[in-house]
Design a protein around this ligand. Structure first.
Ligand SMILES: [Zn+2]
Length: 179
């Protein structure tokens, strides 16, 4: 099934623009074309909105490989954050960057999608009652997907609220999603 279905839209809310800028500048660094990653823990304030509680930027130790266009978590790193979300009763968000992508056309790579096909439904299963969200940042835009209720297919996209500013995901990955 191709996703001509209308995407559900969640909103991930950062308390201040500054908090959001800090995440962005950790993921997209000047003079650094490597990808970077972070996990975000968010509490659900209603069905459509989640508030960022904590941002954990990943360091070199969390990766088995970190290079341009290729990021791979070390074994156990995902397990650790799932446990942390479980204990703090928060929803989990993974975020990484494509520093080589400029302009509005940002989306998950084929490599990303292969990984997400496994981890999206799996984490939705491990953390029941809350969505699992994934974000990818280019230099000027971002895209996102989320999984819910243990379904295999992503349910929609995640927009970001930074203080009073609402930023929309490109939505391209959802439209192009194929099982
Ligand atoms: Zn990627």
């Amino acid at each position: 099934m191709k996703a001509s279905e209308v995407a559900s839209r969640l909103q991930l809310s950062f308390r201040t623009e500054r908090e959001y800028d800090e995440l962005r500048s950790a993921l997209i660094r000047e003079q650094d074309h490597r990808e970077h990653g972070a996990f975000i823990f968010a509490s659900q304030s209603d069905d459509l909105r989640l508030d960022v509680v904590e941002v954990a930027v990943l360091s070199g130790d969390d990766f088995s490989k970190q290079s341009m266009g290729f990021l791979e978590l070390r074994e156990g790193a995902l397990q650790d954050v799932i446990m942390r979300a479980h204990r703090s009763n928060t929803a989990l968000v993974e975020a990484h960057s494509h520093p080589f992508t400029e302009g509005p056309d940002v989306r998950f790579s084929q490599f990303d999608c292969r990984g997400l096909k496994a981890t999206g439904p799996q984490i939705s299963w491990r953390l029941p009652g809350r969505p699992y969200m994934a974000l990818v940042f280019g230099r000027n835009a971002f895209d996102s997907l989320f999984w819910a209720k243990r379904k295999r297919r992503p349910k929609g996209v995640v927009d970001i609220r930074a203080g009073s500013t609402l930023l929309n995901a490109s939505g391209q990955s959802y439209l192009a999603w194929e099982e």
